[in-house]
Design a protein around this ligand. Structure first.
Ligand SMILES: C[S@@+](CC[C@H](N)C(=O)[O-])C[C@H]1O[C@@H](n2cnc3c(N)ncnc32)[C@H](O)[C@@H]1O
Length: 425
């Protein structure tokens, strides 16, 4: 069986997360898988087992759609995608393999993802859509087609959900390589409404300190490779995003923060979350504490992993002065030094710590990063490299920093987050 995972915008993070989750959900259950194709947009795998796509989609913060591949069609490098598929979408094929039985007007959408940047996709979804629609109409079917906007090749998961494509027909997904075209249908899309609820509907928000987006929190928690009964600690928990997401992923979570306001915000938010998501009691514990004392506060607990956004220093709306950057890094070095000394007392050997360090965004892919983290590794930690040498060869487009970490940024933000995973050795 073949599946494609459609990747989020910060695709390096999406791929790193997917590799962890496929390892835990497939390989560790003796289900091998093979990567058939990968680009900055999609990763296609082959495996013997049928995937629990709903469960996988819920676990993955960085994947926006999971697609079942129905066929692989050969293509000559010089041919357009629509030429290669001209005889493929027969009405009988569409009815048998793609479109859901639906008594009303059927709806389908077309999305195109590219496996190589040299492939020309402009106008292709429209041509494919019209072509499919025409074939079906000749059969006498009443059908509506949903196409990407003029300047895009694919439908956003919001559009797939809002148009009920998966209920009333299908989203047909074409993943085009130079010599092969994978054709499939979407099984599930990321539940954007639920992520929005988990972010914006919480009773307490803290715009001043900032909050980590739930999707990014989820990716970071997955990076910690936690076992079933794990306990996650966030010692800079703010208003509780990482605590909430850890519980949703099935773990217990403890949070602490130096600010009373943050802990009372976390309490209110987690009470709301527990009711909204029917979470049984006893899944979390919250304490006011400076990170410098956190080992005393949780000394009797078996913490398995530490996942935290940490403190990023001041937020800026324009690029800060060099002197300010230098001061922020110096202050943070002192903070992280005391934090990692404490973490040593709490974590088992092999336990992971996933943190964010600030880096200042000058331009696309141009940042002033946090300086050396040798002061952490000298305490007895290694930085995890999320990719094997073979992965790096297969995916030369991965965006990794010199210390093999990854950056999550947004165009409108000066302070980006560098996500680094440490292993306690
Ligand atoms: C960026 S916020 C964390 C936000 C959190 N990830 C969320 O989504 O709500 C950083 C937090 O670190 C806390 N903090 C700063 N210095 C600290 C210290 N020395 N010990 C513990 N917490 C600290 C701040 O009070 C703040 O709540």
């Amino acid at each position: 069986m073949q599946y494609a995972f459609i990747l989020g915008r910060v695709y390096t993070l999406s791929i790193a997360e997917l590799l962890v989750v496929l390892q835990e959900e497939l390989v560790e259950h003796e289900i091998p898988y093979k990567i058939l194709a990968v680009s900055i947009e999609a990763l296609v795998i082959e495996t013997e087992k049928q995937l629990d796509h709903e469960k996988l989609q819920k676990r993955l913060g960085g994947v926006i759609k999971i697609v079942k591949i129905i066929d692989v069609v050969k293509k000559r490098p010089q041919d357009s995608i629509n030429f290669a598929l001209q005889n493929y979408f027969k009405p009988s094929k569409l009815k048998k393999d793609f479109l859901k039985e639906y008594s009303g007007k059927k709806q389908f959408g077309v999305s195109l993802y590219l496996l190589d940047p040299s492939i020309k996709g402009f106008g292709e979804p429209k041509r494919l859509g019209m072509f499919i629609k025409k074939g079906l109409q000749e059969e006498g079917d009443s059908i509506r087609v949903c196409l990407p906007d003029y300047n895009s090749l694919s439908l956003a998961s919001v559009v797939v959900t809002k148009n009920l494509l998966l209920q009333k027909g299908a989203e047909i997904v074409v993943i085009a390589g130079i010599e092969k075209v994978y054709v499939g249908k979407t099984l599930v899309v990321q539940d954007f409404e639920d992520y929005g609820r988990r972010d914006y509907q919480r009773p307490i928000r803290d715009e001043k300190q900032g909050m980590i987006p739930p999707k990014v929190a989820q990716i970071m928690i997955n990076f910690a490779h936690l076992s079933k009964n794990a306990i996650v600690l966030d010692p800079f928990c703010g208003i509780g995003t990482i605590i909430q997401e850890s519980i949703l992923l099935g773990y217990k979570a403890y949070g602490s923060d130096i600010a009373k306001f943050a802990i009372s915000g976390s309490e209110k938010n987690l009470e709301w979350f527990r009711n909204r998501y029917k979470i049984s009691p006893g899944k979390y514990k919250l304490e006011v504490s400076d990170v410098a004392n956190v080992s005393k506060v949780f000394k009797d607990e078996k913490i398995t992993g530490i996942v935290t956004e940490g403190f990023l220093g001041p937020m800026y709306s324009s690029f800060p002065k060099d002197a300010d950057i230098e001061k922020n890094f110096k202050d943070l070095k002192t903070l992280w030094l005391s934090a990692f000394k404490e973490f040593k007392k709490l974590l088992p050997k092999g336990g992971r710590i996933v943190i964010c360090l600030p880096c200042y965004r000058k331009d696309t892919d141009d940042y002033v990063p946090f300086p050396s983290v040798d002061f952490i590794t000298e305490l007895g930690y290694n930085i995890e490299d999320h990719f094997l040498a073979a992965h790096k060869k297969l995916m030369p487009f991965l965006k990794l920093t010199e210390r093999n970490s990854m950056i999550y940024d947004r165009k409108d933000q000066v302070v980006a987050r560098e996500i680094v995973t440490f292993i306690n050795n």
